[in-house]
Design a protein around this ligand. Structure first.
Ligand code: FAD
Length: 268
């Protein structure tokens, strides 16, 4: 039985099963809906895969999978990429001397909802992009290409995220302030604070949406994250009003979204 009980997952950990499930879904399901990719949509897809190769801390077979797909996409110079051709290129190859495998099953652990239609993919996609912004900040010069990951996320969400309303909300937030991000560390904080803005907007709004995971799971109420039990030092009070201790938040995010904090349980 590969399905974990949602309330038993440790909220202070990341789970490789969530990350790989979200990767599989984002590449093979959401990005492969259109009968073909071209123009800005094809560019967005190529950028997403290229960023994953650079910053996703995957298992060796998954790294090989991403590298193989990236190399294949770089070779694809025609303006249009038919879905049938892309789907073939995204298949696993277990027989090669270096297996190239991204599991095709979807198993939610930390992102599992109390019911099927809650959480899952949207939770996994947030987690991937937080992890990527943090890895980009840890593995590159702070002032160079500060928007590398955020721009890729913005394009991916605009062109592929199945929740149209979410994509519009995210685009509105990005258009307002993303271009003021001046360093990789600021990019980490931008995504964190805007995710909290979404959490605040959705808090208490249960039960109105279709089966997309984009409403509040009553067992996982939306909160300003990380809550005090996960990071007491992230919180302070200024004249009786709650405030964030930002340097502590950065330290916390760098530790939380780090390869060392990813549990391998339930990964294939
Ligand atoms: P999620 O909000 O999905 O968070 C996943 C995990 O990330 C949490 O369990 C926690 O561990 C961690 N986390 C939480 N907050 C933060 C933070 N601030 N920084 C870092 N890590 C954090 N739904 C709508 O109904 N309307 C929308 O407009 C909408 N917009 C969305 C835009 C995007 C880009 C995405 C990816 C999703 C959007 N959703 C929207 C879905 C919604 O935000 C949740 O993903 C969904 O409701 C599932 O919530 P969850 O409880 O699993 O936690």
């Amino acid at each position: 039985d590969r399905v974990a009980h949602p309330l038993r997952a440790d909220r202070s950990k990341l789970y490789m099963a969530d990350l790989e499930s979200a990767l599989h879904y984002s590449l093979r399901v959401e990005a492969a809906r259109a009968s073909s990719l071209s123009g800005a949509q094809l560019t967005a897809f190529k950028c997403y895969v290229a960023i994953l190769v650079k910053y996703f801390p995957g298992r060796p077979c998954v790294q090989t999978y991403l590298q193989t797909l990236d190399a294949w996409l770089r070779n694809w110079t025609e303006p249009e990429l038919p879905r049938t051709v892309l789907k073939e290129a995204m298949k696993n190859n277990r027989d090669a001397s270096h297996p190239s495998v991204l599991p095709t099953n979807v198993t939610w652990v930390g992102c599992q909802g109390s019911e099927r239609h809650f959480r899952g993919y949207p939770c996994g996609l947030w987690t991937i992009f937080h992890l990527l912004t943090v890895q980009a900040a840890q593995n590159g010069p702070d002032k160079e290409l500060p928007l590398e990951v955020l721009n890729t996320m913005r394009c991916y969400v605009r062109h592929f995220f199945g929740c149209q309303e979410c994509a519009e909300h995210f685009e509105a937030m990005a258009a307002k302030s993303m271009d003021r991000v001046a360093s990789r560390e600021e990019a980490v904080l931008w995504l964190w604070s805007h995710h909290n803005e979404v959490n605040a907007r959705l808090a208490g709004k249960g039960g109105c949406h279709q089966a997309r995971g984009d409403t509040e799971d009553p067992k996982f109420p939306k909160l300003q994250w990380p809550p005090p039990d996960l990071c007491p030092q992230c919180h302070k009070e200024e004249r009786g009003v709650h405030a964030w201790e930002e340097p502590a938040v950065v330290t916390f995010l760098k530790a939380h979204f780090s390869p060392a904090n990813i549990y391998m349980d339930h990964a294939e």
